[in-house]
Design a protein around this ligand. Structure first.
Ligand SMILES: C[S@@+](CC[C@H](N)C(=O)[O-])C[C@H]1O[C@@H](n2cnc3c(N)ncnc32)[C@H](O)[C@@H]1O
Length: 232
């Protein structure tokens, strides 16, 4: 079983531990790979939909891991008990949904030693939530997989940090962790963000008050991204 570069980067961030949960597991590749590499001894592969749970069950059986990976059906972290696992992966969902899953089962989330979160859209919503909750970000990684940039955020839910209050919201979008990491992909990642905003600008052709306001917002956003990049 070959996993994608994105999933490989996620599994690389899993700390050696007794057990992990993968929420929204779909194919179950993350827990399967983690077990095969010996990073954890057991895992829970959980999904809200029956199809993915059955797919995960089949893949788990084919890999001979049925005694080590439990596949559970249910929403978010509702399938996991407090202190049942040390590590969590939530990948391939929007930042809003990941935040809502965490909020809905906050006690379970706060009992974890580490969580690896990979929002496919709106990473800024998730970062803002983590910042406001004082949840410590340990590290972030970007990966470029088949032409798409993915942002992976690793946090320690148990630790509460005091964040300074006046952080510019641009840093929820452009992660200081990624910029400070000296990752050679960081500049490409920034250019990619700017390109996306330039593409939005090109589509705003109306002269309505709303369109002009949106245009101004996007121009400001591009300027801020450029400033944020040069400051770091
Ligand atoms: C795009 S797939 C991502 C699969 C895998 N995590 C990955 O990154 O490749 C999203 C999966 O999340 C599941 N899902 C969506 N909302 C969920 C929720 N609230 N709780 C658990 N699973 C959910 C879907 O059924 C689907 O299997």
């Amino acid at each position: 079983m070959d996993i994608s570069l994105r999933l490989n980067n996620i599994v690389n961030l899993i700390d050696k531990c007794d057990s992990i949960a993968d929420i929204g597991t779909d194919h179950g590749y993350v827990p399967i790979e983690a077990l095969k590499r010996g990073v954890c001894l057991k895992a829970i592969a959980s999904d809200i939909n029956k199809g993915p749970v059955n797919k995960a069950k089949l893949n788990v059986s084919l890999e001979g891991l049925a005694s080590k990976i439990q596949c559970r059906l249910g929403s978010g972290l509702k399938t996991i008990k407090v202190n049942e696992v040390q590590g969590l992966v939530i990948a391939g969902m929007g930042g809003n949904l990941i935040r809502d899953i965490i909020v809905d089962s906050y006690k379970v989330f706060k009992s974890l030693e580490f969580a690896i979160l990979q929002p496919t859209q709106n990473p800024e919503v998730l970062r803002e939530f983590l910042f406001n909750e004082g949840i410590e970000i340990l590290e972030e990684k970007i990966c470029l997989d088949e032409g798409i940039f993915y942002e992976i955020i690793k946090v320690t839910p148990r630790v509460r940090v005091e964040n300074k209050k006046d952080l510019d919201p641009i840093y929820f979008e452009i992660s200081p962790y990624i910029l400070n990491s000296k990752d050679p992909l960081a500049l490409e990642y920034i250019s990619n963000k700017i390109e996306k905003y330039n593409a939005i600008l090109e589509k705003i052709n109306d002269n309505t008050e709303g369109a002009l306001k949106r245009r101004e917002e996007v121009i400001k956003k591009i300027q801020k991204i450029k400033e944020a990049t040069t400051c770091l």
